[in-house]
Write a protein that binds this ligand. Sequence first.
Ligand SMILES: [Zn+2]
Length: 148
Amino acid sequence: MSDNKKTLNITDAEWEVMRVAWATKETTSKEVTDILNEKTEWKSTTVKTLLSRLVDKGMLGTTRNGNKFTYFPLVEERKSIEALSKEMLTKVCSKKVGSVLESIIEDSLLSFDDIDRLEILLKEKRNSAVKEVPCNCIKGQCQCHLIR
Ligand SMILES: [Zn+2]
């Protein structure tokens, strides 16, 4: 659980497998295949490939018991979700982050608790707010500074 890297280098398919590993804490390729059968048509060979890639990437650990392998997460779900959202926000101009957050909130079903926490967070954010967020893009990748 010491992995602090800020970018997640995993595919959508690998993410599906990680979710099973986080939920079950410890799992087998058969269990992952059975669980994901609900939303994918992945064969056990596909799942085994995904599991071994995740082991190679340091996302999962594995132990062998006879010829049975079990897999367990080496990175925390919360940290990975944080990395995922950070990664998503690096893909847009920093000037647009506010409207991305707005559309995420708009599209989300939230509890009263969620809204209370967001309201507190936004009040705090006001203390460090700026008049205009600076653009962080290279020239030509956003409308802030077109080179043509
Ligand atoms: Zn920009």
